[in-house]
Design a protein around this ligand. Structure first.
Ligand SMILES: C[S@@+](CC[C@H](N)C(=O)[O-])C[C@H]1O[C@@H](n2cnc3c(N)ncnc32)[C@H](O)[C@@H]1O
Length: 253
């Protein structure tokens, strides 16, 4: 596993205990994604990638058929422990798994779903193709990830000083749709208001999302303070959630 991926997993493991206190945007995204689920009920074999503490897992469980099976997975062992502790159900299993190297037993799957984990993947097009191959004919891939509009205010505050922020370059809806044949992508934007920019950054650390894009060098403290001050109090931060949906041709059921 790459050093970066180990770092991402370690940051999420360290945040497993605080995640639920700060996951406002993640709750909103999980609700948006749940609104796009097939059914209810959800039938057959279901794989969830990047389950975290189980926010979206819970929404899957609520819709799960009595005979269905849900395998919830995450890169971070601490996140998996946390989700397992909070969600007991005989139809639900857990595995520590890198979604970019997926060979979980139990496929092919009727549904592969993931809420706000794919923005951490190193090679999203290759991973989407691999996941699509793990679907049963007629099965659905449903992925919520972050879009280019995410943290627009934070990026703009850096750009005003001729700097680039540590936030990754997320795709826009068109670029994401082009990554997988047959995929459609919807975009939803919403804002979260924080007391100030420091509170925004703290909320990212509390959910384990503080790892910067590859190659980012931390800014001098004074520059960072100027950027934070320019965002004002309170400070409103935009999130853009992209929901990719693809149903594999054929009818396997
Ligand atoms: C922002 S959290 C979202 C968690 C959950 N889905 C939710 O809706 O609250 C992102 C999760 O993705 C996981 N993750 C990051 N990269 C991953 C990878 N390559 N494979 C599996 N999980 C990954 C992290 O460990 C973390 O738990």
């Amino acid at each position: 596993m790459s050093r970066r991926k180990q770092r991402i997993g370690a940051a999420f493991s360290a945040a497993a205990g605080t995640y639920d206190t700060a996951a406002l945007a993640q709750i909103h995204a999980a609700d948006l994604l749940a609104g796009r689920l097939p059914g209810p009920p959800l039938e057959g074999r279901i794989l969830e990638l990047g389950c975290g503490t189980g926010l979206f897992t819970r929404r899957l469980l609520e819709r799960l058929d009595a005979q269905a099976r849900l395998l919830a997975t995450d890169l971070s062992p601490r996140m998996v422990e946390r989700a397992r502790a909070g969600l007991g159900d005989p139809r639900l299993g857990f595995v520590v798994l890198d979604a970019e190297a997926p060979e979980p037993a139990g496929g092919p799957f009727d549904l592969i779903a993931s809420s706000l984990a794919a923005q951490w993947f190193a090679d999203l097009p290759a991973t989407l193709a691999r996941l699509a191959a793990m679907l049963r004919p007629g099965g659905t891939l449903l992925i919520a990830t972050l879009g280019a509009g995410t943290f627009a205010e934070w990026r703009a505050a850096h750009a005003a000083l001729g700097l680039r922020s540590g936030v990754a370059d997320y795709p826009d809806a068109g670029r994401l749709a082009a990554m997988l044949a047959g995929a459609t992508v919807e975009s939803e934007r919403f804002a979260i208001t924080h007391a100030d920019a420091r509170a925004f950054l703290r909320s990212l650390d509390a959910v384990g999302a503080g790892t910067p894009r590859p190659g980012h060098r931390p800014l001098p403290a004074g520059t960072l303070r100027r950027i934070m001050a320019s965002l004002g109090r309170p400070c409103s931060i935009t999130w853009e959630v992209l929901i990719l949906s693809m149903t594999k041709k054929g009818n396997g059921r």
